[in-house]
Structures are given as structure tokens and as C-alpha cells.
Design a protein around this ligand. Structure first.
Ligand SMILES: O=C(O)CCC(=O)C(=O)O
Ligand SMILES: [Fe+2]
Length: 200
């Protein structure tokens, strides 16, 4: 499947589909049923708020990771997720993009009301200019991007079931992204593959 260049600088690529049916729906059902989904709380202005989604952090044992001020020890690779990681790497190599991943953050949005606020994935453990690959399963929703220095308008990238979005070097430095709430039904699971450089 050819990869579409959404932005050249910094590079943002979309491959649709990465996974065809019935593989994409089988993977969605397996992850939904088999993972130990968690909904941790974050402390904000002295109050605890459950995050508006569920998540699982998975990876090699040495890839511990700090996210929103908390440290996560990864779950061991689920075989289906390890297979998907290898498919993503194969697809990227075929597109001339060199990538390595030792971990993945899986996010589960039960409905359109569940969300992730504006952020960049710029934690020091990810290194200076990380490449992050996002596989989307289930409900098609837009990931919204905005430029930190407002040099161009914000834009949406709709992420179909089975698609792969690649945020290349510079995307985290120059833009933020968010999965904003939408009146859309259906569960969505995203897998954001990363390379954690150093154990924390
Ligand atoms: O669910 C998504 O597509 C985005 C997730 C995300 O931005 C993240 O895991 O850092
Ligand atoms: Fe992100």
C-alpha cells in the first residue's frame, strides 16, 4: 500500500489501509476483549480526575516510560500487538522509512465523548525527534493538529479503521495533536508505537 504524504516538513504520512478486513476487525475485537485496560486518575489542581479513556502500556521490560507525570512499567507484548508492530515496521521499511519500536501506548475510547487533550509526545525518554506510528482501529475519528507557533491553520487527519499514521521527526517539536470529543458512536482503539531511549 503506498504511503500518502500529508505534510512534507515535518513529515506526516498516512497509509490507508495498513490492515484489511477481516484482520482489522479481528484485531480490534481481540484487543478489546483480551487486554487489561486501565483508567488511571491524574491529579489536576489538587483533585483526582480519571482520564477520559482507557489505556495499556506495553513493551520490552526495559522500556519504562513517564507519561503526564507518572511512571508506567510496560505489560509484556501481546502476540497480536507484537505481530502488528512487525507489520508496521515492514510497511515503513518498504516506504523507505527506518523505524524501531520497543513499546506502544494503546488507547481505548469507548465512544465519541472519550478523548485525549492537546499535547506533544515530547517526553525526554523519546529522544529529540521521535518517530511515532499510530494504528487506528474501530470508529473513524479525526486527530487534530495545530502548529505551536501558529504559522499555519490547524487541521484534521481522519483516521480510518485499519489505517497507519506516521508522525515523523519534528512533528512533536513543531505541532501538538488532540483527539477531541465528537458526536460519533463506536469504540476506537489506537496503538501508538514508540522507541523509548532510556529507562527512567
Ligand atoms: O488516539 C490517538 O489517535 C492519539 C493518541 C495519542 O496521541 C497518544 O497516544 O499520544
Ligand atoms: Fe500523542
Amino acid at each position: 500500500m503506498p504511503i500518502e504524504t500529508l505534510l512534507a516538513d515535518p513529515p506526516l504520512w498516512l497509509m490507508d489501509p495498513l490492515l484489511e478486513e477481516p484482520d482489522a476487525s479481528a484485531l480490534l475485537a481481540a484487543l478489546d476483549a483480551e487486554l487489561a485496560w486501565q483508567q488511571p486518575s491524574l491529579r489536576l489542581y489538587g483533585r483526582e480526575h480519571p482520564i477520559p479513556r482507557q489505556q495499556v502500556w506495553m513493551g520490552t521490560p526495559e522500556a519504562s516510560y513517564r507519561y503526564s507525570g507518572r511512571e508506567f512499567l510496560p505489560e509484556p507484548w501481546h502476540p497480536a500487538v507484537a505481530d502488528l508492530r512487525d507489520r508496521v515496521i515492514t510497511a515503513l521499511v518498504a516506504a523507505g522509512i527506518d523505524a524501531r519500536f520497543n513499546s506502544v501506548l494503546l488507547n481505548r475510547y469507548a465512544s465519541g465523548e472519550e478523548r485525549m487533550g492537546w499535547h506533544s509526545d515530547d517526553e525526554p525518554e523519546l529522544g529529540d525527534d521521535p518517530l511515532i506510528a499510530v494504528v487506528s482501529l474501530g470508529a473513524e475519528r479525526p486527530l487534530r493538529f495545530r502548529w505551536k507557533r501558529r504559522e499555519a491553520p490547524a487541521f484534521n487527519v481522519w483516521l480510518p479503521h485499519g489505517s497507519l499514521l506516521v508522525m515523523g521527526p519534528g512533528v512533536q517539536r513543531r505541532l501538538q495533536h488532540a483527539l477531541l470529543p465528537r458526536r460519533l458512536p463506536g469504540v476506537r482503539i489506537s496503538l501508538t508505537f514508540r522507541l523509548v531511549m532510556s529507562a527512567c
